[in-house]
Design a protein around this ligand. Sequence first.
Ligand code: AMP
Length: 280
Amino acid sequence: MKVFNTIAEIQAARWENPRLSWGLVPTMGYLHQGHLSLVEKASLDNERVIATIFVNPTQFAEGEDLSSYPRNLERDLSLLEKAGCDFVFVPQDREMYPAGFQTAVSVNVITKNLEGASRPTHFGGVATVVSKLFNITQPTRAYFGQKDAQQTIVLKQLVQDLNFNLELIVCPTVREADGLAMSSRNAYLSEAERTQAPILNQALNAAKSKILAGESDAEQIRQLIKQTIETQPLAKIDYVSVANGHSLEELTQIEKGDLLLSTAVFFGKTRLIDNLPISL
Ligand code: AMP
């Protein structure tokens, strides 16, 4: 496995043998099995796999956890090698955003609610850095996790709108044994918070059961999710959403088609997200 810090090195490797298929897995590091599942899938589908590790400053707002975001490069590289990765791109901030950088990619509408409502500058940063990574690595396929459901929809729109010549592949959320979605941010949780955190997944599953049993009032479903999460004293809800699975517009009536149940919950300063897609 080769580790590169510069765009020039990555591009040289990419064009050494242009016919090979490349799978790209962008990450912010502090890897867990969720990230590795993307690498494993990419290595099944492609002749070469490239992972990137970059804590992208432009997708963090003032006061968010950019400076405290967990990092362990040595461990990440060893996990990536075992998972079948061929190249790792680990740029410094100035390699991605050199002096004089002044361009931003913005995806409208789909970025306004849910995560975008709580983090208004987040998806602009994501769309910009992912566009750069697509241009730098020119992947055949790019892999993203369902864990960040809205991000996958935003990036599908980006690929379509800007004609990126690649296939975007969404991989299922990998969970701990108790249902908590794996996340680098789980490392921030105290023991008491960690014990209560699986409530996100439990609440979404309870809602899914209620929908499958015939409940069609979306507000009832939102209330059920809220009340279930609020059984845990350390949980402070940011939002609960029962939305159309494509437009992410909030529903009043549950209808046939694709839905997305999603929530963001604070445990202390740690903000956890989870979601459950449902096809009716
Ligand atoms: P991050 O390092 O948090 O930016 O995540 C990098 C990629 O890994 C994104 O596409 C995430 O959606 C994906 N990812 C993070 N956690 C999980 C998980 N538990 N299961 C599947 N994919 C995940």
